[in-house]
Design a binder for this molecule. Structure first.
Ligand code: GRF
Length: 207
């Protein structure tokens, strides 16, 4: 049974997609052992609580500096003994010491087709604003393993989504969530939980 810890910062719709997928058997061999947020008001925490899942708040605001937060966050996560850390809309940079300890056992969902519209400053609605500003016709979402860079780890899966001419950032975000994020992330977790993926020469391969 894969022990997964899910890190969130906001609404938690990706967390909900994971929980629903477990309920219907689309994700197997997986247990969500905790939901961790930097935002004590995150609706994602309420989603976890309603399912009896441990919710934890670890925020940089509660520490004198980033190094102290990084140490505390790493200790808290390691204490949960997860097999996999899932970043589901988590807006805090992962401590480098955690990436070192969990190499290729941390996954992230990003709301664009990496390497487009990613990196520093590209998160949440901002991604879709930039997509509309540039006028691209196809966007989407990417699930990738987390490395020491920002949105630079090995790509696990991607799903393209059409941009409509009358899209707003909000309508586009919703479509990318519905048609890509909420499908890709649970599938990636199920693949990892059932040993279907390997990283070979920095590339993700199905085994
Ligand atoms: C999603 O758009 C996700 O791609 C991005 O942050 C947002 C989180 O949404 N990383 P939610 O908290 O899962 O609803």
């Amino acid at each position: 049974m894969l022990r997964a810890a899910v890190c969130v910062s906001g609404g938690g719709t990706n967390l909900q997609a994971i929980l629903d997928s477990i309920d219907v058997g689309a994700v197997t061999n997986t247990e969500i052992v905790a939901v961790i947020s930097n935002n004590r008001g995150a609706k994602a925490l309420a989603r976890a609580e309603s399912r009896g899942i441990l919710g934890l708040v670890v925020s940089p605001k509660d520490y004198p500096d980033r190094e102290a937060f990084n140490e505390a966050f790493t200790e808290k996560l390691c204490g949960l003994a997860p097999d996999l850390i899932v970043l589901a809309g988590f807006l805090v940079k992962i401590p480098p010491q955690l990436v070192t300890r969990f190499g290729n056992r941390i996954v992230n969902i990003h709301p664009s087709l990496i390497p487009s519209f990613c990196g520093v400053g590209y998160y949440g609605l901002k991604v879709h604003e930039k997509v509309l500003e540039r006028g691209v016709k196809i966007t989407g979402a990417t699930v990738h393993f987390v490395n020491e860079g920002m949105d630079e780890g090995p790509i696990i899966s991607q799903q393209a989504v059409r941009v409509e001419e009358d899209d707003t950032p909000e309508t586009l975000q919703r479509r990318v969530m519905e048609q890509a994020e909420w499908i890709l992330l649970p599938k990636a977790i199920d693949d990892i939980a059932n040993g279907r993926l390997a990283v070979v020469d920095g590339k993700v391969r199905r085994v």
